[in-house]
Ligand binder design. Structure first.
Ligand SMILES: Cc1cc2nc3c(=O)[nH]c(=O)nc-3n(C[C@H](O)[C@H](O)[C@H](O)COP(=O)(O)OP(=O)(O)OC[C@H]3O[C@@H](n4cnc5c(N)ncnc54)[C@H](O)[C@@H]3O)c2cc1C
Length: 465
């Protein structure tokens, strides 16, 4: 059979997996041979071109997907360029009878999806799209008055009630079997997407990550066996393997939130010990924060660029950083504050940072240095393998005190106290800094804290010019 015979097309996006993939599943039972397509847009219209560390992760995740799809007889074509243009050209040139894809909830993407659907349908292709990126479509959860939630606890109470009622079983599918009648088209190389920088800086990431669905499933099962029971006790200690490290797998959809929810509920049903149950509930609440981030991004699509609390856009709320001197010191982990520097080194070396340390480093940047959260968010965007528009925006605005359900502005993390509490033996700091701790702090923590509070008071009164 050739590609010119009618076939079903699965447009892969943030769902780089075979198991629990509604779009792939629907294509496989469509009665037609199946082809997969991935489009990488290096210059998306929304300006959020995928960052360097994430590109490395994506490259390897696509290679893994290509191998896995080959096992079930589905070739994948990888294209580069504007998503709408590439997709339309593909639909025009190839015999696509049915198009299947899972939605991605990000600003501007809904319009692109609608445009592609209309184009495909005009060309007589059937289109089916599914919700997959979060447990619930974001538009499904709102307050009684129809407005979006801005506070996590009532949001998650409402959302988890809905998930309980609806269930997630409809999103769970076994790994597909090899197709009886596969297409003979060759896969088009992932390498052609040019995701990897020429300079091999990214090779170091291999020591920390094995992108791909199989590896994500193994990580999940190891986390369930070894860490989830103690999650509530250990998740804040950065030297420990106390969290799942599944954020990149979740971002790229190597694993679905529905699968995680289902296995956690299964464990809760059979787990008698209260400690373990607390661990599972607490882990599910983090999946809830991920859900909340999507809800917020959907409701406030400008939030990656603008503080939800507009007072924080007042220039007086931030400090002028001449030649980005302080920003650069923070990026390089040369602030002289050990926990901050250790975190920034962990990020640079591994493409990831522990959540507790993300909060401390972000607080130091936005409060002690007074640098706008957007600049920190941009650095994380480029250096995290799990860079995620919704979670990164929520995280930064939360720490900066200007977002939904944000930490109050006056909650300024003291990195020394945080280190004493969560890294008392100095293991984490030593792991990432060795013995080379810069003796001269960039700023005095006490004085910069007072200045931050003064800036805040002035900004909320709106008296700065
Ligand atoms: C300043 C800042 C920036 C952040 N940027 C990102 C980002 O770009 N991408 C990202 O995935 N997370 C981000 N987070 C949230 C959080 O730090 C990471 O999700 C978490 O550290 C990932 O580690 P884990 O997989 O071991 O998490 P676990 O503790 O095992 O949690 C399980 C999953 O829940 C989700 N999750 C956990 N905490 C949060 C949270 N606070 N908000 C949203 N989802 C959460 C993640 O998908 C995570 O994989 C940010 C947090 C802060 C404070």
């Amino acid at each position: 059979m050739t590609a010119e015979c009618p076939f079903s097309l699965v447009w892969f996006r943030r769902d780089l997996r075979l198991q629990d993939n509604p779009a792939l599943q629907a294509a496989l039972v469509s009665g037609l041979p199946v082809m997969a397509l991935y489009i990488h847009d290096p210059q998306p219209a929304d300006g959020w071109a995928i960052g360097g560390a994430s590109r490395w992760y994506l490259h390897h995740s696509l290679l893994a997907l290509q191998r896995d799809l080959a096992e079930v007889g589905v070739p994948i074509v990888c294209l580069k360029g504007s998503v709408a243009e590439q997709m339309k050209r593909f639909l025009t040139r190839r015999a696509v009878a049915k198009l299947f894809f899972n939605r991605v909830i990000e600003p501007g993407l809904g319009e692109i999806e609608a445009d592609i659907c209309a184009f495909a349908e005009r060309g007589k292709a059937e289109v089916e799209r599914f919700h997959d990126d979060s447990l619930l479509p974001p538009e499904m959860v709102s307050k009684k008055d129809g407005t979006p939630y801005k506070v996590f606890t009532p949001f998650w109470r409402h959302a988890s009630d809905l998930v309980q009622q609806i269930g997630v079983e409809q999103c769970l599918f076994p790994r597909p079997r090899p197709a009886k009648d596969p297409l003979s088209t060759d896969s088009l190389e992932v390498e052609k997407l040019g995701l990897l920088d020429e300079h091999p800086w990214h090779q170091k990431l291999q020591a920390y990550w094995s992108p791909g669905e199989r590896s994500a499933l193994k990580m999940l099962s190891r986390f369930l066996q070894e860490s989830i029971d103690g999650y509530d006790d250990w998740r804040d200690f950065p030297a420990r393997q106390g969290t799942s490290r599944l954020s990149a797998a979740l971002h790229f959809g190597e694993l679905s939130a529905a699968r995680i929810y289902a296995v956690c509920q299964g464990r809760l049903a059979h787990e008698a010990g209260e400690g373990a149950r607390a661990g599972i509930r607490s882990f599910l609440a983090e999946i809830g924060w991920r859900e909340f981030s999507r809800h917020l991004l959907h409701a406030f699509p400008l939030s990656p660029a603008i503080s939800l609390n507009r007072r924080f856009e007042h220039p007086g709320a931030w400090v002028q950083d001449d030649n980005d001197r302080q920003l650069r010191a923070w990026q390089r982990g040369e602030t002289g504050i050990p926990l901050v520097d250790a975190g920034m080194h962990e990020l640079w070396e591994s493409g990831w940072m522990h959540n507790r340390v993300r909060m401390v480093t972000a607080s130091f940047l936005t409060k002690n240095l007074g640098i706008h959260w957007r600049q920190g968010a941009a650095w994380f965007w480029d250096t995290l393998v799990d860079a995620d528009l919704a979670s990164n925006t929520l995280g930064w605005q939360w720490v900066a005190g200007c977002g939904a359900d944000a930490a109050p502005y006056y909650r300024i993390f003291n990195p020394h106290l945080q280190a004493r509490k969560f890294d008392s033996a100095g293991e984490y700091i030593h792991r990432w800094l060795g013995d080379c701790i810069d003796p001269a702090p960039l700023v005095d923590l006490g004085a910069s804290r007072v200045q931050a509070l003064q800036r805040y008071q002035a900004a909320i009164r709106g008296v700065n010019g």
